[in-house]
Ligand binder design. Structure first.
Ligand SMILES: Cc1cc2nc3c(=O)[nH]c(=O)nc-3n(C[C@H](O)[C@H](O)[C@H](O)COP(=O)(O)OP(=O)(O)OC[C@H]3O[C@@H](n4cnc5c(N)ncnc54)[C@H](O)[C@@H]3O)c2cc1C
Length: 428
């Protein structure tokens, strides 16, 4: 009802397109920022499917948060997000983030792992000597291959994904935003699509190079007697492994007795015509082999994962986000956030705040104060340079995703936050 009234009575000052974690956080940031300035700005969140649907990237039970990134540009954004997660939880009155330690492991000399340890302020818990390998925390669970190390950090945890998206949507509504799913989004989307392709092309001279990947979340059965050991209550960490295959995990929570262990990657897909079976064994088999080698006796891999859930990544060639003004004739009125490359969820509240400040104030003050360097996320980095920031990362190798072909598909799901004055008229 509120949506209809607001729409027919004129228009909106800020429109957020896309109700995943980024759009929901942006809608909340825009609405709460307006409310804290005495209100007045009308904020609209548009979602093409049902709110909390399962066809994008933000649904499901869990996402990990960590500050250990090989790229130094992410830890400041993660720390900003960690603060904003806490603020939002306080306003909502319930928790979506369960803190846990985080563990990174991999070949001791791996440049990406070394950079992640340094950038994230992690403490190496396995040294070069055999003694330390026998006595480190969780040494009863993990058997590290020779030459590997492990590092623990305090900033870790598990975010309840769908619950978190719902929290930000509720908070946005509570602060006065109008949320609309299914209805009329296609009409708006056509406009957005035209803006995106025309304006991005005119500003950056390139299409946004975002490749959707169909990926798989795998839950595996803990061996009898081991269930409790793998829970946050027992202090079990989220973890990432930097071996040949990039493996990540969250502790046993949502399905008691099961632990989520997945390969970071997937098969290129068309988001509107997905083969929901694609990439199943190609993604599950390397995980089973990894579990058998590194967590022997703790997790049962015979018969494969007990639960498989589909999800989608939006990959950029350098796996860095796209956060920028669209520019051109829209100047600083329209911003785009896209290509979160399978690691954006933890930073959702920071990205939402940044996009909102860019769209409403023309600059992201909060990002600057938090030391977040937005230059890395510009659209223009791909101009004449299809690999974007990847060339800058030659000191180390960014963990590779299991992709089968180069990134060439233009973006289909941009998040746009248009702001115009006076309000943007919305047709019903
Ligand atoms: C299996 C898996 C595990 C992950 N693990 C982690 C993790 O541990 N930690 C982490 O930080 N990140 C993780 N990620 C990544 C993270 O989930 C994504 O980066 C994040 O969810 C992206 O959010 P989004 O809002 O950009 O995209 P989406 O959730 O896809 O939202 C975009 C929304 O826009 C809507 N939309 C698109 N076009 C239009 C239109 N024209 N009009 C209206 N609406 C439109 C779509 O329907 C969709 O709802 C993981 C992702 C997956 C798939």
């Amino acid at each position: 009802m509120a949506a209809a009234a607001a729409a027919t009575n004129g228009g909106f000052d800020a429109i957020v397109v896309g109700g995943g974690i980024m759009g929901s956080c942006a809608a909340y940031a825009a609405a709460s920022s307006s409310a804290s300035r005495g209100g007045g700005a009308r904020v609209l969140l548009l979602e093409r499917f049902d709110l909390l649907h399962h066809r994008g990237s933000s649904h499901g039970e869990s996402r990990g948060i960590r500050a250990t990134y090989p790229q130094a540009r992410y830890p400041p954004m993660v720390r900003l997000a960690a603060r904003l997660w806490g603020d939002a939880e306080a306003e909502a009155g319930y928790r979506v983030l369960t803190p846990t330690p985080h563990l990174d492991m991999g070949p001791r000399a791996d440049p990406a792992l070394r950079a992640a340890i340094e950038n994230g302020g992690a403490a190496e818990v396995v040294g070069a000597s055999d003694d330390s390998a026998a006595s480190w925390p969780w040494s009863a669970v993990f058997r590290l291959p020779e030459g590997w190390t492990a590092a623990s950090s305090e900033l870790g945890g598990v975010i309840k994904a769908t619950k978190a998206v719902a929290m930000f949507q509720s908070l946005a509504a509570k602060n006065g935003a109008v949320l609309r799913d299914r209805t009329e989004v296609i009409d708006i989307a056509k406009q957005v699509g035209a803006w995106a392709s025309k304006l991005v092309k005119s500003v950056a001279g390139v299409d946004l190079p975002v490749q959707p990947l169909h990926t798989l979340i795998c839950y595996w059965k803990a061996r009898p007697g081991r269930e409790h050991e793998l829970t946050p209550e027992s202090g079990f960490p989220t973890f990432a492994s930097y071996g040949d295959t990039c493996i990540y995990s969250t502790p046993s929570m949502e399905f008691p007795g099961l632990i989520k262990v997945c390969a970071h990657g997937g098969a290129p897909c068309d988001p509107d015509r997905r083969d929901w079976c694609a990439g199943g064994d190609a993604l599950a088999d390397p995980v089973a082999r990894w579990i058998d080698e590194l967590m022997p006796g703790h997790v049962d891999t015979a018969g494969g994962p007990v639960i498989r859930q589909s999800c989608m990544y939006s990959m950029t060639p350098d796996e860095d986000f796209i956060i920028d003004f669209v520019g051109g004739e829209f100047g600083k009125d329209v911003v785009v956030g896209a290509g979160f490359s399978g690691h954006g969820f933890k930073m959702g509240p920071a990205v939402g705040r940044i996009l909102t400040e860019m769209a409403m104030d023309g600059e992201a003050k909060t990002a600057a104060e938090a030391g977040v360097e937005l230059g890395y996320f510009r659209i223009g980095r791909f101009e004449g340079n299809p690999e974007g920031n990847r060339a800058e990362n030659k000191e180390y190798t960014v963990p590779q995703t299991l992709v089968e072909k180069p990134f060439v598909v233009p973006v289909r799901n941009p998040l746009l936050v248009p702001v115009s004055k006076p309000g943007v008229p919305i047709r019903d």
